[in-house]
Design a protein around this ligand. Structure first.
Ligand SMILES: Nc1ncnc2c1ncn2[C@@H]1O[C@H](COP(=O)(O)OP(=O)(O)OP(=O)(O)O)[C@@H](O)[C@H]1O
Length: 342
């Protein structure tokens, strides 16, 4: 049965309101030849949550998302989305999810409104309903005035907003966003987040997104930090940072090598030079600073203390920063991921 027929059937036989987890996986796995892209993901996302999958390039974020969206078959384990099994009830999953990809999948030769109308027809939305919803969504993403313009004339930010509107057209229960702001300038990234926030105010929807931007993960209710195909930490950003425990101290000194040796010898602290400063973690950093000046025995030019960041969380679980993890892996193009052979 095609998507349109499924939607008509659903409209004719409304289901009782479903209350289980929006996303639930057990031992989810995927392998590409010798590469173990996803190595046993266990996850439960509650309805209404904004959930982030945070990790460096190649961590397995997109592959997990593709399995949840039924775009690639799991190699092992199970996954349910909106209550439906991604393998046995693929069409049901598809009917209840919206997708926004990294790469635009809009038709540049059609106008903004035509793109949405086409999508509405694909999902079998009745005309009266879709016309109203298209207007509503285009107004909401600030594109109603430009509804007649060809999408090929739109900026990157406008296209992403239109994609979000399209992803919401059929009122999905779960909206999947794959790196929704990659390639956008900081201002446009901020505005995309403002739309996601506003969306949570007006629709009862779960948002599941992947990102490798720390600052974006901070917007999520909960995040899973993934590395090499596994979840290494799971919780709210505040919980995860609290678990790291230590503050991050950064020193600029006359002699970094001597400072690192003295930190080890006098305080038992393992420090390293990162981004041009001697960096280490210590509980209650502000209280430690006076001792440092008194006892280090190496002249200090400047010192800063910061509360743990999500990068510190990543480092605590993997021994490396996300940035370093990305630079250690072969860079892959962000383009065409959904077009790759599976
Ligand atoms: N179709 C494919 N064929 C072969 N290998 C693949 C395929 N898709 C993903 N991989 C590999 O699986 C691993 C995980 O890739 P994935 O795209 O899921 O990571 P990611 O965390 O989303 O990274 P990025 O931030 O770069 O998108 C990588 O080593 C990648 O090269």
């Amino acid at each position: 049965m095609n998507l349109a027929a499924l939607s008509r059937r659903a409209a004719a036989f409304p289901r009782p309101r479903w209350r289980g987890p929006a996303v639930a996986t057990r031992g989810l796995m995927k392998r590409f030849g010798p590469i173990e892209a996803v190595r046993g993901i266990d996850l439960e996302v509650a309805p209404g949550e904004t959930f982030g999958f945070l990790g460096p390039n190649g961590a397995g974020k997109s592959t997990t998302l593709q399995m949840l969206c039924t775009l690639t078959a799991p190699g092992g384990g199970t996954a349910r989305v909106a209550g439906y099994d991604v393998v046995k009830e693929r069409d049901d999953v598809r009917r209840h999810i919206g997708l926004v990809f990294q790469e635009p999948t809009l038709d540049g030769y059609l106008s903004a409104e035509q793109n949405l109308r086409f999508h509405a027809e694909l999902y079998g939305l009745p005309r009266a309903v879709s016309a109203e919803r298209i207007r509503h969504l285009l107004e909401w993403v600030g594109l109603w005035e430009r509804r007649g313009s060809l999408v090929s004339t739109f900026s990157g930010g406008m296209k992403r907003r239109l994609e979000i509107a399209r992803g919401l057209l059929h009122s999905p229960r779960v909206l999947f966003l794959d790196e929704p702001t990659v390639g956008l300038d900081p201002q446009t990234r901020g505005s995309i987040w403002a739309y996601v926030h506003a969306l949570k105010q007006r629709e009862e929807i779960t948002v599941f997104m992947t990102t490798h931007y720390m600052e974006e993960a901070e917007y999520c209710d909960r995040i899973a930090i993934v590395d090499a195909g596994r979840i290494v930490a799971l919780g709210s950003p505040a919980e995860l940072k609290a678990k790291v425990g230590s503050d991050r101290v950064r020193l600029r000194t006359v002699d970094d090598g001597a400072a690192i040796a003295a930190l080890k010898a006098r305080f038992g602290i393992d420090a390293a030079v990162r981004d041009g400063a001697v960096t280490f973690g210590v509980a209650e950093g502000e209280r430690f600073i006076p001792r440092l000046f008194a006892e280090l025995g190496v002249s200090i030019h400047s010192v800063s203390v910061a509360r743990p960041t999500l990068d510190d969380v990543f480092m605590a679980h993997t021994g490396t920063s996300i940035r370093d993890a990305e630079s250690q892996r072969p860079e892959r193009s962000h383009g065409g991921r959904f077009g790759r052979a599976r």
